[in-house]
Design a protein around this ligand. Structure first.
Ligand code: ZN
Length: 174
């Protein structure tokens, strides 16, 4: 099955919400844009919830929204992670090393501090999934760790949200 024949997500609820996630290093902008155009063409407008990472899949989704969302009736629902702040599940300050220091040039953990909570991304993902969605559209970058994408895939599975995963293997549905 070619990429162009890949299925689209179906709106099975009145939410008409698509969660989009993927590697922060995801390079294939055209693939994401093609899938988003396909969603509108075959299923109509929707809410596009993504993690608002300033790179990779989220950035490609945001750029698509900036170009097309208003004219197509799509509503962008960005959910940036709160890298500055720890969550209730984090170890109390001083108990053990937990927060990570940003490396020079780090654009992936925006915030006002020079450290970030590594749990902020997964915590954000929990929130994205908890509100429910009709499907999760995920993009795995070949050779990248895709840790956040795998986390989101597991959370979506556990929540019973259908997952359409694009990667070097093609596309898979689960
Ligand atoms: Zn933390």
């Amino acid at each position: 099955m070619g990429i162009s024949a890949a299925p689209v997500a179906r709106w099975n609820s009145d939410k008409k919400t698509l969660i989009l996630g993927g590697s922060r290093h995801y390079t294939d902008r055209d693939r994401i844009w093609q899938k988003l155009h396909g969603q509108v063409r075959y299923e109509g407008p929707f809410v596009l919830r993504h993690g608002s990472c300033p790179g990779g899949a989220d950035e490609h989704a945001h750029a698509w929204c900036a170009a097309y969302a208003a004219s197509l009736g799509v509503i962008e629902d960005p959910r940036p992670a709160d890298w500055d702040n720890c969550g209730p599940e984090c170890p109390p300050p001083g108990t053990r090393p937990h927060r990570r220091r940003k490396k020079p040039g780090d654009i992936f953990h925006p915030g006002s501090l020079d450290t970030y909570c590594p749990g902020a991304g997964p915590r954000r993902n929990v929130g994205m999934v908890a509100e429910g969605a009709d499907a999760a559209l995920l993009f795995f970058e070949p050779g990248a760790r895709n840790l956040g994408t795998k986390n989101l895939r597991r959370l979506a599975h556990d929540a019973g949200i259908p997952v359409i995963a694009h990667g070097p293997w093609g596309v898979s549905i689960s």
